[in-house]
Design a binder for this molecule. Structure first.
Ligand code: RB5
Length: 149
């Protein structure tokens, strides 16, 4: 499994913890920035990671900002991205099972490191259930076709 990861300055410290955690589990992870705590713009990083995921260069993306909100909103503007902001483990497995989410978003200022790492593990270990859920995802794609120019 290959993971693309990125954050703004607000998610920089948690990004480091997630990278360390994934490497300890022998999961390949590529860091698309930001590379310091200097202020930067979360849409820039969201776009890079989202592109890598829709191009299928990586199975999943992980995006982190202060709240997880701005970076997930940004990633969801890329057609084919289903970025899910998760603050609990139930949402982390449900969004894989039902929404086939391909990016996990986290908020460094919202969740502690321990919970964040549990959310990451839960998200990566859960499987999409297909069936009626695929029909709903197809409807999301139709919305993209209609409104994303
Ligand atoms: C940066 O201060 C902060 O606005 C950003 O990390 C994020 O929380 C935006 O949604």
């Amino acid at each position: 499994m290959k993971i693309a990861i990125g954050s703004d300055h607000g998610g920089f410290k948690l990004k480091g913890e997630v990278i360390k955690h994934l490497k300890e589990k022998q999961i390949e992870v590529v860091d698309f920035g930001t590379y310091s705590e200097d202020s930067c713009d979360y849409p820039d990083v969201a776009e890079k990671v989202a592109e890598e995921v829709v191009m299928k260069n990586f199975e999943f993306g992980i995006l982190i900002c202060g709240t997880g909100i701005g970076i997930s909103i940004s990633a969801n503007k890329v057609a084919g991205i289903r970025a899910a902001l998760c603050c609990d483990t139930f949402s982390a497995h449900a969004t894989r099972e039902h929404n086939n989410a391909n990016i996990l978003a986290l908020g460094e200022r919202v969740v502690g490191v321990g919970l964040a790492l549990d959310i990451v593990d839960t998200f990566l270990n859960a499987k999409f259930q297909g069936g009626r859920h695929q029909n709903r995802i197809d409807k999301i794609s139709h919305i993209e076709d209609k409104y994303i120019k």
